[in-house]
Design a protein around this ligand. Structure first.
Ligand code: DMJ
Length: 626
């Protein structure tokens, strides 16, 4: 790698040297002299030109290119012309000077100089291949526990070795896990899960009772749609995976979405009710009447993609009404309360946070815009942009004594006091910020193409600071696993609560954990952000952090008889297990870890957008299916 860099540097200096000589020859007094030059001088000049030509056309490429890297090169965009032969090197030699470097903040200038990007480094190294394999084994272990003890139930209770239906009984683990198995190339699991969908899901969709609109959309509808895509559904029946024909996934998705639509059509406003009774094809509001802000605004990626696939616009139209309506509502610097009424269409209460009930509202603003850039829904980008300014203005603070940046809450609105409380759920934000900054391409490529505004760079920096904080929420505990909620000590406000138990952590005095918040549900948000940050910055520390987290999951949450379990308290060793494996451990946590350790060409972030349950949908380049 150093050889390759040195070779590139010497090529660059040789070009500069020759350019200086040629410039001198054509601009200085020598020009006049040349007119009457002697034969000797003319021969010297010829010699220089000949030498220059030879150097430019015969410098060998000193680094080899692996298959993965070739693919990377193929994806280079405008302005990233590859110099592959002597003639083009010569063309480049005579070309006018390059454009000015991208706009950089003073901070950035320092950082760029420090980091050396090595092409293709992302996808090589047997250490990461081995680690990726360990994640695959963990997934197989999780699946075998579920299959042996809970097949067809929503979730596995790994200690009791039985299943439970916490999500309405649609076999949520089967559908949530399906595309992860496809991505990992686990044919047997794809076949088992796929045939369960084909055999049992249609009947369940017809006969089950109450389900939550949001959970069912992100896990089941989202899982079916990505399974359809990944199994080759969009390639006209050219099936790429084991299991049923891809159309089975789409038929189930459509049948489910037709029922879910009643949550929109039964409501007197654009805001849908929170629950649907599948067998009655009816919908009802949550007890208390309010819907969560994040829930009603986290349906659009799925419904839009379904409209695209089926050619039936009703799914997209209904779901987009929510965001169009929200655009018109008053906000606090782009930030919104965590409840909204389907009866009045207005936000309810003052509480503002990016944790539970608020989180994915912000995530979907940018992701729906990214998914549909051809549709020109710029209002979504503007809402996102304003909200991120609001986050920086009102919610981001630094802990004492060691200065971790974190995102707190405004439980009583902007006029009330600030709470230094951060849910683990907020750890989706670093990934979202990074994605919003580069739109899925690497930072290096975005800078080369001069695409980043000062604000993009600021958001990227914030993303890097916040993902570090999220990682430290793991590191401060005895188990190395994050609690559900952490409090950060700030000037004039220490909320109380014990430290995480890891006395050797640098941040043990910055973070407090209350007794009621010490559980861990195998959540994905931190590894999700590590994955996105790694893809975008290519900084290997994010992989190392992900590996530490994975090892802690292995050590403390694995159940020998199959599956993994949530924990009661991450601050004590051994931690007591809770007897529940959430579906998102297979759908999200292990998928993001697998992708973090793998080749960056697998589900590239500028071609796919992940729904909030980690189901990847291809980015639509056209408004209608062609
Ligand atoms: C998942 O269902 C989704 O990521 C959702 O947006 C938030 N909560 C869980 C995972 O923690």
């Amino acid at each position: 790698m150093i050889l390759a860099r040195n070779a590139r540097l010497s090529k660059v200096s040789m070009c500069c040297f020759l350019q200086v000589i040629s410039q001198t020859l054509v601009t200085s007094n020598m020009k006049r002299d040349c007119a009457k030059c002697s034969m000797g001088k003319f021969l010297v000049l010829l010699l220089f030109c000949g030498l220059g030509y030879l150097m430019l056309t015969h410098t060998s490429t000193t680094h080899s290119v692996s298959g993965g890297q070739e693919k990377d090169s193929n994806r280079l965009k405008d302005g990233d012309e590859l110099i592959t032969d002597g003639t083009s090197r010569l063309r480049r030699f005579w070309r006018k000077p390059p454009r000015l470097p991208p706009r950089l903040s003073p901070d950035e200038i320092g950082n760029v100089n420090k980091s050396v990007h090595v092409p293709g480094k992302l996808n090589t190294g047997s250490k990461w291949i081995d680690r990726q394999h360990s994640v695959k084994k963990a997934f197989s272990h999780a699946w075998s526990g579920y299959k042996n003890h809970a097949m067809g139930f929503d979730e596995l209770m790994p200690l009791s070795q039985r299943g439970m239906d916490g999500l309405g009984g649609l076999g949520a683990t089967v559908v949530d896990a399906l595309d992860t198995a496809m991505i990992m190339g686990l044919d047997e699991v794809v076949s088992e899960a796929g045939s369960w969908v084909e055999t049992h899901l249609p009947e369940r969709i017809n006969q089950k009772g109450q389900v939550n609109l949001f959970e069912t959309t992100i896990r089941i509808l989202g899982g079916l749609l990505s399974a359809y895509h990944l199994s080759g559904g969009e390639q006209g029946g050219n099936q790429t995976h084991k299991g049923p024909k891809p159309i089975i996934y789409l038929e189930n998705a459509r049948s489910l979405a037709d029922r879910l639509l009643t949550a929109f059509t039964s409501s007197p406003t654009a805001i849908p009710f929170s629950d649907v009774i599948l067998r009655d094809q009816s919908a009802q509001p949550a007890p208390g009447g309010l819907s969560s802000t994040s829930e009603v605004s986290t349906l659009q990626l799925e419904f839009n993609y379904l409209s695209f696939l089926t050619g039936d616009s009703k799914y997209s139209l209904e779901s987009m009404k929510v965001l169009e309506h929200m655009k018109t509502l008053p906000k606090v610097k782009g930030l919104v309360p965590i409840y909204i009424s389907p009866h009045s269409g207005e936000f309810s209460g003052d509480t503002i946070r990016l944790g539970s009930r608020g989180d994915s509202y912000y995530e979907y603003l940018i992701k729906v815009w990214l998914q549909n850039r051809a549709s020109n829904w710029t209002y979504l980008y503007e809402m996102y942009d304003e909200a991120m300014k609001g986050v920086k203005h009102l919610l981001v603070q630094k802990s004492i004594p060691n200065g971790l940046l974190f995102v707190g809450e405004l439980p009583y609105g902007p006029k009330g006091s600030f709470s230094p409380k951060m849910d683990h759920l907020v750890c989706f934000l670093p990934g979202t910020l990074a994605l919003g900054a580069t739109k899925g391409i690497t930072k290096e490529e975005a800078m080369k193409r001069n695409l980043l505004t000062f604000e993009d760079l600021e958001n990227l920096k914030l993303a890097e600071d916040l993902v570090k904080t999220c990682f430290e929420m793991y590191s401060v505990t005895s188990t190395g696993l994050a609690p559900e909620i952490a409090y950060f000590n700030i000037e004039g406000n220490s909320e109380g609560g014990l430290d995480g138990g890891n006395k050797s952590s640098e941040y043990v005095n910055d973070i407090s954990i209350k007794h009621a918040d010490r559980h861990n549900l195998l959540r994905p948000e931190t590894v999700e952000s590590l994955f996105v940050l790694y893809r975008i910055t290519e900084d290997p520390k994010y992989r190392e952090w992900g590996w530490e987290i994975f090892e802690a999951f292995e050590k403390y949450t694995k159940v020998d008889s199959g599956g993994y379990s949530s924990l009661d308290d991450v601050t004590v060793i051994p931690p007591h297990k809770r007897d529940k494996m959430e579906t998102f451990f297979l759908g999200e946590t292990l998928k993001y870890l697998y992708l973090l350790f793998g080749d960056s060409n697998l589900i590239p972030l500028d071609e796919f957008v992940f729904n909030t349950e980690a189901h990847p949908f291809p980015i639509q380049r056209t408004t209608k299916r062609e």
